[in-house]
Design a protein around this ligand. Structure first.
Ligand code: BJW
Ligand code: ZN
Length: 249
């Protein structure tokens, strides 16, 4: 790993000289904390059908089933702690002058690790919102066995996450594309880069001339087009990158 950093001049220069930096994370960054990913062998979409659990239509058809599945996942996530990858990214926020963290994850582990500004593209599983009027309710109760009702309109609570076929929060999406289009260095970390519009961000960064680094134990659909791929777990690679920057600047 340190050999790669010292031998590839473009990579070295990007890490040490560039100041406008964007990090995009996916489920893989939280894998070492124990949070299940989606599309890997043994991942959530291997065991459960997204059509039955992660669409508005599924919730309309069977709110109880969808609610129970999310309450189960909330229970799991509430036990999880950030890992060295999350902490390294929190440190990157302090190392770079202009830094944006964009995550597809709903688990809140970046904030728990100390990242101050986090653009959550797919919402946050630890919040509810009303299915009918959209009113957001901070905080959840793991003991709720069925979806509570909105005190405003009587609609059912649902998790405040973005399901397939739903629009992403427009302010977050705008900020994510703005920072990506003007960055010099872009990291795509722990994502299969299959789900749009998040998957368009690394492509957008390449088109804008940024140096793009991927971190993933497996090659992905973007590996052949990025400038450099670190093939390995983010919890091991990221702390080494941070140490390299601190030692060589
Ligand atoms: C490690 C590791 C370690 C393992 N270290 N790495 C354009 C083209 C094609 C399709 C579309 C398009 N635009 C829109 C669509 C449709 C759809 C879509 O993209 N479908 C594709 C699957 C084809 N997109 C949408 O519907 C989005 N909405 C939208 O576009 O609205 C506009 C619109 C509306 C109506 C019509 C048309 C347009 C919304 C997408 C919402 C995604 N929601 C989910 C669920 C969130 C809630 C929940 O958690 O329940 O978000 S799905 C799931 O996938 C979740 C994730 O955030 C997302 C991305 O997954 P991610 O993070 O990449 O995880 P994995 O499992 O795929 O990959 C993990 C990776 O980690 C692997 O590569 C591992 O190797 C790696 N890894 N250990 C580092 N230690
Ligand atoms: Zn309501």
């Amino acid at each position: 790993m340190l050999d790669e950093l010292n031998q590839k001049e473009g990579l070295r220069r990007a890490l040490l000289n560039f100041r406008r930096v964007v990090v995009l994370t996916g489920a893989g960054i939280s894998a070492e904390s124990g949070v299940p990913t989606f599309r890997e062998k043994g991942g959530l979409w291997g065991k459960y059908n997204p059509e039955e659990l992660a669409t508005a239509r599924a919730f309309q058809k069977n709110p109880q089933l969808v609610w129970e599945w999310y309450q189960w996942r909330r229970g799991l996530i509430s036990e999880m702690k950030p890992n060295p990858g999350h902490y390294a990214i929190a440190e990157m926020e302090r190392l770079f002058d202009d830094f944006s963290l964009i995550t597809q994850n709903v688990d809140g582990l970046h904030r728990a690790a100390g990242s101050k500004i986090v653009l959550e593209m797919h919402g946050n599983i630890m919040r509810n919102k009303c299915f009918d009027c959209g009113k957001v309710f901070d905080g959840i109760n793991l003991k709720d066995k069925e979806p509570p009702r909105c005190d405003g309109c009587g609609g059912l609570y649902r998790p405040d996450v973005v399901w397939f076929g739903e629009m992403l929060p427009s302010d977050v999406l705008y900020a994510a594309f703005q920072s990506t289009q003007s960055c010099e260095l872009f990291f795509s970390i722990g994502t299969s880069a299959l789900v749009h519009p998040a998957a368009s961000l690394p492509i957008e960064a390449m088109h804008s001339g940024a140096y793009v680094i991927e971190i993933n134990p497996q090659p992905t659909v973007i590996s052949h087009s990025v400038d450099h791929t670190f093939l390995g777990p983010s919890g091991e690679i990221l702390p080494q990158i941070v140490d390299f920057i601190k030692a060589n600047r």
